[in-house]
Design a protein around this ligand. Structure first.
Ligand code: HPA
Ligand code: ZN
Length: 338
């Protein structure tokens, strides 16, 4: 690997993906195939027409289309096939461990049973381990535009499938729905031994990151790019080594940054934060893991050391056993030395 550029190295090394909404991996082709399989009509004439609608101005403009796309998912096989397609892409990008977000309320609100969602995704995770050697786990996200009461009901509905998910997260429309809205349900999740993460500081202010840390006691922050506006917060994140699961192409497509050259990734690394690279919703934002990694390296002129730090951070931030973490770190070291 010693003759490779930083971008080539980024593509080649093993890495973990910790911020991927599995519903955001639904490619337009699969949306159409599932609509046909399930006898559903889509309000788009073709795959191309759907893809042309992917011109977003902010988070909400994306979420409206993302929830519409997910409406083709009805049966266990649909959830399995969606996740399997993602795992094949992850394998191609040398992702060796991944933690998938899923949004059960998007499906249960349409009458799809929780069992269907969880079983379809969990069977794909088991298959990824068996056939691709990728370790994979599920994180159940609460939709923050809905009430905390709805989140509690979702947690209750999911508890019969407790062994199939390792933690909970918080996603959807951020501004106006601060983390503190979900303090009680997150306390319950922590008491149940679930890992806890939350989206914060994507469009929302640094105060939302403080709330995620202090009210929800999250172990990671998803996005967190606006932390740089608050030096005290940056110092706190560095002290705690709270990982940030950063999604560069998402930030570009949702106009959080206007150009990848302005992306804060380098500043986050230079501040000593445990930042990681992730794809968020790869079917909608123009690229999977390696597209995010390579384009960020090239836009910001990241070094080979930065690249290795990002991969190490991804394993440090993973919710894996210490034995698995050591195995992942060793695989990285072995690849770099080769
Ligand atoms: N932010 C918030 N909610 C989401 C996202 C995101 O980037 N992707 C899918 N749901
Ligand atoms: Zn996200």
């Amino acid at each position: 690997m010693s003759t490779m550029t930083a971008a080539q190295l980024a593509a080649a090394i093993p890495k973990a993906e910790l911020h991927i909404h599995i519903e955001g991996s639904l490619e337009p082709e699969l949306i159409f195939a599932l609509a046909q399989r399930n006898g559903l009509n889509l309000p788009y004439a073709s795959v191309d027409a759907l893809r042309e609608a992917y011109a977003f101005t902010n988070l909400q403009s994306f979420l409206d289309i993302y929830y519409a796309g997910a409406s083709v998912l009805l049966h266990e096989a649909d959830f399995h096939d969606m996740a399997w397609a993602y795992f094949l892409r992850a394998k191609a990008d040398n992702v060796v461990h991944t933690e998938l977000f899923f949004d059960p309320q998007t499906h249960t609100a349409r009458g799809v049973p929780m069992a269907t969602v969880v079983r379809g995704l969990a069977s794909a995770c088991a298959r990824a381990q068996a056939e691709l050697g990728i370790s994979a786990a599920l994180i159940l996200c609460f939709l923050r535009h809905l009430s905390e009461e709805d989140a509690f009901a979702t947690l209750e509905a999911a508890l019969p499938y407790r062994e199939h998910f390792i933690g909970v997260g918080l996603d959807s429309s951020e501004v106006g729905h601060p983390p503190s809205k979900f303090s009680r349900v997150f306390a319950r999740c922590r008491a149940l031994g679930l890992h806890v993460v939350a989206h914060a500081g994507e469009e929302g202010p640094p105060a939302y990151i403080w709330e995620a840390l202090n009210d929800l006691q999250t172990e990671r922050i998803d996005h967190g790019v606006r932390s740089l506006e608050d030096p005290v917060l940056v110092a706190e994140l560095a002290k705690r080594r709270t990982p940030l699961t950063v999604c560069p192409l998402s930030n570009l497509k949702l106009c959080v940054v206007n150009d990848l050259k302005d992306h804060p990734m380098k500043r986050l690394l230079d501040a000593g934060l445990c930042a990681t690279v992730n794809s968020d919703d790869p079917a909608y934002f123009g690229g999977y893991m390696n597209a995010n990694f390579v384009q960020t390296v090239e836009a910001l002129g990241l070094s080979r050391d930065d690249v290795i730090t990002l991969a190490r951070n991804s394993f440090e931030a993973s919710f894996v056993s210490e034995a698995r973490r050591a195995e992942l770190m060793a695989a990285l070291d072995g690849t770099i030395a080769a």
